[in-house]
Design a protein around this ligand. Sequence first.
Ligand code: SAH
Ligand code: SF4
Length: 473
Amino acid sequence: MDNSELDPRTLNNETSLGDSRLNNKVVTLVYGCQMSERDADTLTEITRRLGYEPSDDLETAALVIVNTCCVRESAENKILGKIGELKKLKERNSKVKIAITGCMVQQPGALERLQKRAPHVDIWAGTHNLHEFSSLIKKVERGGKVAEVWHEPKATLEIAPLPEKGKRHASVNIMYGCDNFCSYCIVPHVRGRERSRKPEEILQEIKSLVESGCREVTLLGQNVNSYGKEFSPTYDFADLLQEVDQIPWLLRIRFITSHPKDLSDKLIKTVAEGKKLCEHFHLPIQSGSNFILERMNRKYTREYYLSRVQKIHELVPNASLTTDIIVGFPGESEEDFEQTLAMMKQAHYSQAFTFMYSKRSGTLAAKMEDQIPLDVKKRRLQKLMSVQNQESLEWRQLMIGKLVEVLVEGPSKTNPQRLTGRTRGNELVVFNGPQEIIGSLVNVRINEAGSWTLMGEVEDFKKSWTFEFNAGI
Ligand code: SAH
Ligand code: SF4
């Protein structure tokens, strides 16, 4: 790939912004997980280096990018609806260019089907060739359409989006792909085999984010606990966390996702000892039944999972635990489902992301015969959600009266007069306070637990060293 295309110093508006453009606005829409969001930021960055300007207004856009997700059918349906709406946009404005990128396009055999369905799309690109997006745009600007999907990644080229000044949180990829092949999951099929980025590259990226004001990073990987398994000499995820923890002025470090089978004692100890490592583990259980876990190819039992939870509580007191759960996996009996409900009560999750099983073609589970009817899946999901809502509320109620450390993110979405931020355990807190404390760590006394958030009052923010430090930025 020609790196000069990505260097802002070689940016040439004359050649990259042809006369065919309406203006230079790009709108990026994103569906799916934080990795998909991170990829969408990379795409926006590539267009920015070509002279485009990020915008939210579809009507005046010269380029619309939709970075897609295919983890469940519901996501795909939403995206297909959006692609349909963009057809109408193109009818109103024939000059707008439309790019559809990412996981949905990467699925084996999907491109042809999608192209037939949406001939109005100008650029199709899969997950493995996103870094060459600038040359795809240039081709389309010269006229015509382009579709490119690589079957496997040829290089791991990281194009870090320019840190937005004042933005306190950023996601950083530490690895790509997944080798686990859980039987329900399309991710290994669209993201390829596991590849870890070099520690020095990751540390450098975080340091430059911190220099531009970032105070919290989330390290991203499908299974961060297997980070570095190909490295020699050995260097694992806990080693990486220990180094990130030393970066001056970084205040908080989070990571997702931890696969339970690879969660080592060393990692739990590292979180316990780290100054900036948040005491929060996102540890997807998927099911509480050993029979279903085996069919899911998760490679752990409920007993092993619970022993990991116990270890977390032993070494990291007050750690908060969140999870992902699938209901209605093929062959799931009422009894299997009951075991999932029991698991929820045993593990005391502060939050759970719950999903109905969705058949993904090309996966092992899609071929299983005993698929569960939709009405049963719906009923189980409702039940699971109501049990979890009660659990989450009880968890939040336990926090009433406690003083918690909050990194202030900005005005609350539901009430802009108030501020919002997150605890180390990743719980959302809403409170009153002056605008100057945005970006600082403050102590908040919790006085109320709502259905989704905690409410409280800031105590002594002027004593916070980060307040004084951030005031100088
Ligand atoms: N790598 C992460 C998860 C990535 S996908 C992990 O192993 O935990 C995010 C979540 O989507 C999964 O944890 C799972 O709960 C859910 N999911 C994945 N495939 C699904 C499918 N076919 N149907 C329903 N939910 C699914
Ligand atoms: Fe999917 Fe399993 Fe890999 Fe997570 S670990 S991305 S659920 S295959």
